[in-house]
Design a protein around this ligand. Structure first.
Ligand code: PLP
Length: 410
């Protein structure tokens, strides 16, 4: 069996959002003798002429990469090889490699933030390491010790930290990727794989203030199916989604809203998790998001929004602006419910969450030929998402000290 025992700190927990969604993934039981990733073995091949930094004002997402990358090879016969931090650049892969034919690949996305005092932090990177291992199991790629990979990512970011533009809202997007690289077109679990981590400076998602987006409720295509791969961050989920995005644009909408089944359950907003805010018949307010039922990606921003809201409700960390009796739900939401709540004036907000945008407000959903109008506040953000966004971004930029912010450089 290809799958290997995870590092002790990465065993699945059933009580968190990542654990629940993978209950059906077979888990490796026997201890492997193959080599795991070991950060202490890293070899450094540092660039001699550092590249010019891009002008932050004209930075477009994901097109410029920092000086270095991390590369770690894997072989079924020996396990993980020596990690290398080397100059960013191309590497040879044979055209027969499994990744090119069967999308045998997965990735993660997290950010490094520069605080006002110069410290650099990562946001909940342990969650990315866990999710990456869960994705690896699902597509028969090798698992690994997430603590060790994280240690290497920290080293990489420390080396290239001056690529994080010193301006509010800027960050360094980190993209760990794992591909099956064996040169063989037979469909089989990975026998060779390559892990690499690249970094790209990123600007604020909304440089000129929040811009609510219009969504097109996609009924022609499905993103995910029960038992499929929708809850895993694997490459195969993304290319087929582009046609739905193009369709949404053709109809004049910015992004698509993925619906599921004949009931048109709300699932995800493009590549973000979906949240709705309802006023309930009793008059209290509910922050609701679809439950992690196997077709929803367990977003780290989603988990953080829920955590912040629940800490407010429990009194652990009260947030000014949120009602004391806020109800926080993970439950199915149908488009009929959304439509009727909007008609009755009880749909207070709709938004997407993800690492890139953090919170992305929605002002309209095109659904079966009609537009559902959604209120947004004067600054584009609604009354429930605004305090949560402020808390989250405050944790990101260090204004609010929090255990989720992992300082990696003083
Ligand atoms: C399909 C999908 N849903 C949701 C998310 C949001 O996840 P996160 O908050 O971890 O960025 C992402 C982005 O990674 C995604 O690709």
């Amino acid at each position: 069996m290809m799958l290997r025992l995870l590092g002790s700190s990465l065993r699945y927990r059933t009580g968190n959002s990542l654990g629940r969604c993978v209950a059906s993934v077979p888990q490796a039981r026997s201890k492997s003798t193959l080599a795991d990733i070991e950060a202490s073995k890293v070899q450094l091949d540092l660039i001699s002429n550092r590249k010019p930094r891009p002008d932050p004002a004209t930075l477009s997402f994901g097109k410029v990469f920092t000086d270095h990358m991390l590369v770690i090879p894997w072989k079924a016969s020996t396990g993980w090889g020596t990690p290398k931090i080397e100059p960013y650049g191309s590497f040879p892969i044979e055209p027969s490699a499994s990744v090119f034919h069967y999308a045998a690949c997965l990735f993660e996305g997290l950010k490094a933030y520069r605080h006002d005092n110069g410290q650099i932090s990562l946001f909940r990177p342990d969650m990315n390491m866990k999710r990456m291992n869960i994705s690896a199991q699902r597509v028969a790629l090798p698992t690994f010790n997430g603590d060790e990979l994280l240690e290497l990512i920290k080293q990489l970011v420390r080396l290239d930290k001056d690529w994080i533009p010193n301006r509010p809202g800027y960050s360094l997007y980190i993209r760990p990727t794992l591909i099956a690289s064996q040169p063989a077109i037979g469909i089989a679990p990975a026998s060779e794989a390559l892990m690499f981590v690249i970094c790209s400076p990123a600007g604020p998602y909304y440089p000129d203030g929040f811009k609510p987006v219009a969504l097109y409720g996609t009924t022609e295509y499905t993103r995910a199916a029960p038992g499929g791969i929708g809850s895993f961050k694997v490459g195969a989920n993304y290319a087929p989604a582009l046609v739905a995005q193009k369709e949404a644009a053709k109809h004049g909408y910015v992004q698509n809203l993925w619906l599921h089944g004949p009931e048109h359950y709300v699932t995800e907003v493009g590549t973000m998790n979906a949240f709705a805010v309802f006023r309930r018949p009793k008059g209290d307010i509910e922050l609701a998001t679809p439950a992690l039922d196997g077709i929803i990606l367990p977003g780290i921003t989603r988990d953080s929004v829920l955590g912040i809201a629940r800490d407010h409700v429990s009194g652990k960390a009260k947030l000014a602006g949120l009602p004391d009796d806020l109800v926080v739900s993970e439950r199915p939401i149908t488009m009929l419910e959304v439509k009727e709540a909007a008609k009755a004036g009880n749909l207070l907000e709709f938004f997407g969450t993800g690492t890139a945008a953090v919170i992305s407000p929605v002002d309209k959903i095109g659904y079966l030929g009609d537009d559902i109008a959604i209120p947004t506040g004067p600054d584009g953000m609604g009354p429930i998402s605004r305090p949560i966004w402020q808390q989250l971004t405050g944790i990101h930029n260090g204004a609010i000290p929090h255990p989720w912010s992992v300082i990696i450089s003083e």
